[in-house]
Design a protein around this ligand. Structure first.
Ligand code: NAP
Length: 474
C-alpha cells in the first residue's frame, strides 16, 4: 500500500503506534496504518485553520473548479479506487465500482452547488429596512465515517464542506482507512491546498474525536455510523454547541402490495437488500409481502438470491464478497439462528461456510415473527427476512413501528395508492417501485433516531454553512 501514514497539512506523518488493516476475504494483513494521537489532532486543526482562511476567501467559482477537477480525476481512476475498496472492505467488484462512481459524483454535484449558495434580499414589512440573508462557511468540520462505504461516506462530506469554504479533519473507520488516504494525492492534484483536508486514522477514536470536538475552532461535526456512537457525539457536541450532521442507523421496511409488478418488486428487493451485500443503512431489513403473492414472491426471491456467486470480491465473476469482519459475520449468523428458533423457515443459505474469510451466503427467511431480533435490529448482512400482511393500515403501522426513520420502500402498481402510503411513512426517504434512493442530487437522511440533517442535494452544503442576516437601511 502506498499511503498508510497520517495525512496532515499536505504531508505524510509517521507515528510510533500503528494498527493492522485486514483483507476480509483472505484474513491476511493488508497494511499497517499509523494511529493518530492528540498531538496529531492539534497539528491537523492548526493546518486546517490556516488553510481555511485562504480557501474561504476564494470565489465560489474557484472552489467549484477544484471540486470539478477532483471528479474528473476520480472518474478516470475508478478501477484503482474500486480495487482498494474491495481489498479493505471485501465488497464485490460491481459494488465497489458502483461506490467509487457514487463517491466521485459528490465532487461533481458540489462543484455545481458551490456557485449556488443563494441568499435573498427583501423589505422588512413594518420598518421598511432591508433584510439581507447570506450563507457563510461555518468553520472547521470534523468528519467521522464508517467502514461500509470507505470512499462515498467521505466524499459525501468532504465535497460539500469544501464547496462551502470549510477546512476538514477526517477520522475514517479503522477497518477501512486506506481508501480515504489514497484519495489525498488526488485532491492535491485537483488543487486542494495543503492543510485544508487532513486524514487521521486512529485506534484512540473516542479520545481523539472528543478532543477535537472541544477545540474552539471546530464548528461542525458530521458523522455517519451507528446510532449509539451518534448519541455520544451529540453529547460531546453539546459543550460547544456544534452544528451536528448525523447519518445514523436504519431498519428499513420494504412493502410489496398485491398489485405490484412482481418483476419490478423482485428487482427492487434484490437491489435494496443486496447492494453492498446488505451492509448498508439503507438495506431492506423487514420485507412485508401481501399474503396473496407471498408464495410466488418468496420463490422468486429465493431463486434470485441462490443464483448469486459468493467469493473473494477481487474475482470479477463474484457477486457477493465477505462481510467486513468476523463479528459482523457472527452477528448475522446469530440473527438467523434467533429467527429460526422463533419459527422462521430458511428458504436458502443460512449456514456459515467453512474456510478462510468472513463469508455469509445470501439467505432468505420466510415466516419471520415480529419479535425476531432481525426485525427489531439492523441485520447489516445478506439476509432477506420476509413477513406477510393482508391489511394496508396494519402494514403501515408495522412499518412505522421502530425508533428509526431512514428509508422505506413501497411496491405497488397503483401509483396513487403508492404515493398515499409513502406519505404515511415516517421516513426521511422512500423508494416507490425502486430499490435505490441514494443520489448525490437528492437530500439523503433520516427522521427519528436515524439522524439529523441531510447530505447531498441542495441541503448538503448548508450543513457546512451558517446563515447570516443583515438588517440594513440606505
Ligand atoms: P460505528 O461503530 O458507529 O463507527 C463509525 C465511525 O465512528 C468509525 O469511524 C468509528 O471509528 C467511529 N467511532 C466509534 N466510536 C466512536 C466514538 N466514541 N467517538 C467518535 N467516533 C467513534 O459504525 P460502523 O459499525 O462503522 O457502521 C455501521 C453503522 O453505520 C450502521 O448502524 C449503519 O446503519 C450506519 N450507517 C449509516 C449511514 C447513513 O447515512 N445513515 C450510512 C452508512 C452507515 P473506529 O472504526 O475507529 O471505531
Amino acid at each position: 500500500m502506498d499511503h498508510t501514514d497520517l495525512y496532515i497539512n499536505g504531508a505524510w506523518v509517521k507515528t510510533d503506534t500503528r494498527f493492522d488493516v485486514i483483507n476480509p476475504a483472505t484474513e491476511q494483513v493488508l497494511a499497517s496504518v499509523a494511529s493518530a494521537e492528540i498531538a496529531d489532532a492539534d497539528a491537523a486543526l492548526d493546518a486546517a485553520e490556516a488553510a481555511m482562511a485562504e480557501w474561504a476567501a476564494r470565489t465560489p467559482r474557484q472552489r467549484s473548479e477544484v471540486l470539478r477537477k477532483a471528479w474528473e480525476l476520480m472518474t478516470a481512476r475508478l478501477d484503482h479506487f474500486a480495487n482498494l475498496i474491495t481489498l479493505e472492505n471485501g465488497k464485490a467488484g460491481t459494488d465497489a465500482k458502483g461506490e467509487a462512481t457514487y463517491a466521485a459524483e459528490f465532487f461533481r454535484w458540489f462543484a455545481e452547488e458551490a456557485v449556488r449558495a443563494d441568499g435573498m434580499i427583501t423589505h422588512a414589512p413594518a420598518s421598511g429596512a432591508r433584510i439581507m440573508v447570506q450563507h457563510k462557511p461555518a468553520g472547521l468540520a470534523i468528519l467521522i465515517t464508517p467502514w461500509n462505504y470507505p470512499a462515498a461516506m467521505g466524499t459525501r462530506k468532504i465535497a460539500p464542506a469544501l464547496a462551502a469554504g470549510c477546512g476538514v479533519i477526517i477520522k475514517p473507520a479503522s477497518e477501512t482507512p486506506l481508501t480515504m488516504l489514497a484519495l489525498m494525492p488526488l485532491l492535491e492534484e485537483a488543487g486542494v491546498p495543503p492543510g485544508l483536508v487532513n486524514v487521521l486514522p486512529s485506534k484512540r477514536t473516542g479520545a481523539l474525536v472528543d478532543h477535537m470536538l472541544h477545540d474552539p475552532r471546530v464548528r461542525v461535526v458530521s458523522f455517519t455510523g451507528s446510532t449509539g456512537v451518534g448519541r455520544t457525539l451529540l453529547k460531546g457536541a453539546a459543550d460547544q454547541v456544534l452544528k451536528p450532521a448525523m447519518e445514523l442507523g436504519g431498519n428499513a421496511p420494504l412493502v410489496v402490495f398485491e398489485d405490484a409488478d412482481i418483476n419490478v418488486a423482485i428487482e427492487g428487493t434484490m437491489l435494496a437488500k443486496m447492494r453492498n451485500l446488505g451492509e448498508a443503512c439503507t438495506a431492506a431489513n423487514r420485507i412485508y409481502v401481501h399474503a396473496d403473492i407471498a408464495e410466488d414472491f418468496t420463490a422468486r426471491l429465493t431463486a434470485a438470491m441462490s443464483a448469486l456467486k459468493v467469493g473473494d470480491g477481487a474475482d470479477p465473476s463474484v457477486d457477493v464478497g465477505p462481510l467486513v469482519n468476523a463479528s459482523t459475520r457472527d452477528k448475522v449468523s446469530e440473527f438467523v439462528a434467533d429467527a429460526v428458533a422463533k419459527g422462521a423457515k430458511v428458504e436458502c443459505g443460512g449456514v456459515v461456510p467453512e474456510g478462510t474469510g468472513y463469508f455469509y451466503p445470501p439467505t432468505v427467511l420466510s415466516n419471520v415473527p415480529e419479535h425476531a431480533e432481525c426485525v427489531q435490529d439492523e441485520i447489516f448482512g445478506p439476509v432477506a427476512a420476509i413477513q406477510t400482511f393482508t391489511d394496508q393500515e396494519d402494514v403501515i403501522r408495522r412499518a412505522n413501528d421502530t425508533e428509526y426513520g431512514l428509508v422505506a420502500y413501497v411496491f405497488s402498481g397503483d401509483f396513487k395508492r403508492g404515493l398515499q402510503v409513502c406519505e404515511r411513512l415516517d421516513y426521511g426517504m422512500v423508494g416507490l417501485n425502486r430499490g435505490l434512493v441514494s443520489d448525490p442530487a437528492a437530500p439523503f437522511g433520516g427522521t427519528k433516531q436515524s439522524g439529523l440533517g441531510r447530505e447531498g442535494g441542495h441541503e448538503g452544503m448548508l450543513e457546512f454553512m451558517e446563515t447570516q442576516y443583515i438588517s440594513a437601511s440606505w
